[in-house]
Design a protein around this ligand. Structure first.
Ligand SMILES: Nc1ncnc2c1ncn2[C@@H]1O[C@H](COP(=O)(O)OP(=O)(O)OP(=O)(O)O)[C@@H](O)[C@H]1O
Ligand SMILES: [Mg+2]
Length: 363
């Protein structure tokens, strides 16, 4: 564990009653001062992870460390963690100033100190001058900022944000993404942000945990996860993908669409069935004879920045292509791609198994 680690989950399982585990043997580390995103479909366990970090619930098995100490049974108010909830949970009968001041009053700080801190927090979120406003006179985006000011005023080490942007319209949401990211950089506090929107996760995070059914499927930087999805779930969940079935021939050689291709993957069994991912933007349209694959154009849509072209090869695989070039519907075209564009995935492989496989290969 590095000195920079602020939170660590070690084989944490959370189970309610006799139901199957909501979180199943989850391990990860969170470093100080970074922006993390928990990304996954509804019900996968994102909020449960936040609740465990905040201390609103205890693990059924495993350990949670904060700053190197086990905190499994430490109550929420004894942790340097603040949460911004999806509905902001602001007090409607208090004005903006008092909403932000609430935690400081409980801590019995002096009035002058409270005033300084609240004003500074409001300045951080661009709400100076709104102190006297009632909560119901604020817009959705402004309420969101009040909720953030209320969290940062306590100077926590970690801020947890549970889908804080989901109630906002698209334009405001994009603005707030920039603002939140900027705020995190200025404050240097660790942010753990929950979303089920993959574009939001890619745009905002230093690191993303992709979660499905109570397990972390993959963790890494946005580019890691986008470029090297570890299994079908991740490839499908993050961005648009072509996923076809194939077979590993040997290291650096894979077969799909009844042809063999050079690739950069290794460490699988010879003749092992695999799944292949190629991103639509990694496919280049050529004349049929110059392409690695020959396909027939089925349909084409103009998407503003590129054409989205849907094709089929002779084995019946569908290929989605993003191209600035136009194609002719019903014509035959070639598709060219680099060996690096082919991502080979073992069926249902987890991140742990993937790491072990590469270690075994390298060692
Ligand atoms: N107190 C509880 N008792 C029993 N089951 C619960 C409890 N809280 C959550 N769960 C279950 O745990 C699972 C994970 O819930 P969680 O709220 O962590 O999901 P989530 O990823 O945040 O989903 P969403 O995106 O819909 O908010 C769900 O199946 C949910 O029904
Ligand atoms: Mg949730």
């Amino acid at each position: 564990m590095s000195d920079n680690t602020i939170i660590r989950f070690e084989q944490v399982t959370k189970q309610y009653d006799q139901d199957p585990a909501v979180l199943d043997n989850v391990s990860f580390e969170i470093e100080r001062g970074k922006f993390y995103t928990l990304l996954g479909p509804s019900g996968c366990g994102k909020t449960t992870i936040l609740r465990l970090i905040a201390g609103f619930t205890e693990p059924s098995a495993g350990d949670i460390y904060l700053n190197g100490n086990i905190v499994n049974h430490v109550p929420a108010n004894k942790r340097q963690v603040n949460t911004v909830f999806q509905d902001y949970a602001l007090f409607p009968h208090l004005n903006v100033f008092e909403n932000v001041a609430f935690g400081l009053r409980i801590k019995k700080l002096k009035n002058a100190e409270i005033k300084t801190k609240v004003q500074e927090a409001l300045r951080f979120v661009n709400l100076s001058g709104y102190e006297e406003r009632e909560i119901n006179e604020m817009s959705g985006g402004q309420r969101q900022r009040v909720a953030i000011a209320r969290a940062i005023v306590n100077e926590p080490e970690v801020i947890l944000l549970d889908e804080p942007l989901s109630a906002l319209d698209l334009k405001l949401r994009t603005e707030m993404q920039y603002e939140l990211r900027e705020l995190q950089r200025r404050l240097g506090i660790t942010f753990i942000f929950v979303t089920h929107d993959q574009e939001e996760a890619l745009a905002m995070s230093d690191e993303i945990f992709v979660i499905n059914k109570g397990r972390i499927q993959q963790s890494g930087t946005p580019t890691d996860i986008y470029d090297e999805p570890i299994n079908r779930f991740v490839a499908d969940f993050i961005g648009e993908s072509n996923i076809v079935e194939g077979k590993m021939i040997e290291d650096f050689k894979v077969e799909f669409a009844n042809k063999q291709f050079e690739c950069v993957d290794k460490g699988l069994h010879s003749n092992e069935p695999v799944e292949i991912v190629i991103r639509p933007e990694d496919l280049e349209i050529t004349r049929p004879e110059n392409g690695k694959l020959q396909v027939r154009v089925d349909s084409q849509l103009f998407r503003g920045v590129h054409y989205e072209i849907c094709c089929y090869d002779q084995s019946g695989n569908e290929w989605l292509v993003h191209s600035t070039k136009k194609a002719e519907v019903n014509s035959e075209i070639g598709l060219d791609f680099e060996p690096e564009a082919i991502h080979v995935m073992r069926f249902g492989e987890t991140e742990e198994e993937f790491d072990k496989r590469l270690e075994a290969y390298n060692g």
